[in-house]
Design a protein around this ligand. Structure first.
Ligand code: CTP
Length: 399
């Protein structure tokens, strides 16, 4: 099967002796039907020439961050947007260090920092550099960001030493990606539903009560699911976020609308309830604007709990039901209680008393509570990368 056919690979080549292997890598990608656009770092150009890369890839080679020709036709953002994934091969200790610290001082590092795509590193360096504590720390940090490692392998090195740090062979890298895209394809059989954002419970045509929520985490989860091949429906309360290509988005206002839309889109294999649904609605909605001169007393009544309804449903319960919990105190007890009371498989809890994460932020720090009573904390991480991490866990659970 042609799992690499029409795939778009953005290959970053760094300056190491192993850079010559990337030429073979480009050849093999192209032979498998993939398109490869390449960024060469300045040091990479000391090992291989842009001309050989352009000849093999049959594509323009990018290198300079401030090249006005590039910026006009394919800037650093567009390069990442264009790609299905970013592959850094060879990834040198220097580039690994820069990326782990968020440096953006050349085209390669700027593209990576500005990307929300899956990023793969193929390290290549001397064994002592690979084993150095600072390099180990940097690699670990990148893995926590969600970057995936291919290799390095153990063997004889160009410097004459033997050990771990050798760049994986191009054919092994190709096989890795065949498996990767094959897995993504496999998940097409799965359907996912995500609720996101707040709900608005109207008092009259212009006023409403709501919950604090940007919807970012739910949108990112929907994006990660879709990226991994899930047929994804996103039921979104009012947010300022852009619609996501390839995802079926249903916009709703109130909890009742979110509930109806959820039921209309079952059955699914996995449902993730990240919406901050308002717990109460206004009992007597006024269809005319209430004048300020009036005294008003609002009578509230409970909204239906969408998550509980679905997770306790006899016939419609998805294989996996994941709830969120926003807590300001007693996170562990409250989350465990929600897990049981709402019959969830997992509860993903965040401490919303810390205002530097959660809500409007692009970062989140969560604890996942599992049915088997274990729980796991995921330290502060970008919402997009946290979503990839969550979706990886969902995939291994479903499989
Ligand atoms: N939820 C839901 N429908 C509701 C209320 C909540 O589907 N009417 C879901 C949320 O999407 C989330 C989970 O239930 O996945 C927990 O929501 P949270 O607001 O943390 O808890 P509540 O159940 O509202 O309880 P409390 O406000 O007392 O913490």
């Amino acid at each position: 099967m042609d799992f690499l056919k029409d795939k778009k690979i953005l290959l970053i080549i760094c300056g190491g002796i192993a850079a010559y292997k990337s030429l073979e890598l480009i050849r093999l990608f192209r032979k498998s039907g993939a398109t490869v656009k390449t960024i060469l770092t300045n040091n990479a150009k000391k090992f291989i020439t842009p001309l050989s890369v352009a000849s093999l890839s049959q594509e323009k080679v990018y290198s300079d961050l401030f090249d006005h020709n590039n910026e006009a036709e394919m800037d650093h953002i567009s390069l990442s947007r264009w790609s299905d994934l970013i592959l850094i091969a060879p990834a040198t200790a220097n580039t690994i260090s820069k990326l782990s610290n968020g440096l953006a001082d050349d085209l390669a590092s700027t593209v990576v920092l500005a990307s929300d795509k899956n990023i793969f590193l193929v390290p290549a360096m001397n064994v002592r550099m690979w084993e150095h504590d600072s390099n180990k720390k940097n690699v670990k940090k990148l893995q926590e960001f969600g970057y995936q490692l291919i290799g390095p392998e153990i063997g004889d090195m160009a410097c004459g030493e033997f050990g771990e740090g050798k760049m994986s062979e191009p054919i092994n890298i190709i096989n890795y990606f065949i498996k990767y895209f094959k897995n993504i394809k496999k998940h097409y059989k799965y359907k996912a539903l995500v609720t996101a954002g707040p709900t608005h419970e109207y008092i009259d045509p212009v006023r409403y009560v709501t919950n604090k929520s940007s919807g970012k985490q739910g949108y990112e989860i929907a994006k990660s699911l879709s990226k991994n091949g899930f047929d994804t429906t996103l039921i979104s309360g009012p947010t300022n976020l852009d619609p996501i290509k390839g995802i079926n988005i249903i916009n709703v206002n109130s909890a009742k609308e979110m509930f109806d839309a959820t039921l209309n889109n079952l059955p699914v294999d996995v449902a993730i309830f990240s919406a901050a649904v308002a717990d109460w609605k206004i009992k007597n909605f006024n269809n005319k604007k209430i004048k300020k001169s009036n005294n008003i007393n609002l009578t509230l009544e409970k909204n239906i709990d969408i998550l509980s309804h679905v997770s306790k449903h006899n016939s419609l319960r998805p294989k996996m039901v994941i709830g969120f919990a926003a807590e300001t105190d007693n996170l562990i007890e409250n989350s465990k209680k929600k897990l049981n009371d709402k019959n969830c498989d997992w509860i993903i809890a965040n401490d919303v008393s810390d205002t530097s994460i959660g809500f409007e932020s692009d970062f989140n720090e969560v604890t996942i509570f599992y049915k088997n009573k274990k729980f796991e904390k995921i330290s502060k991480i970008k919402k997009s990368l946290l979503s990839d991490n969550i979706v990886e866990r969902i995939i291994s659970e479903l499989n």
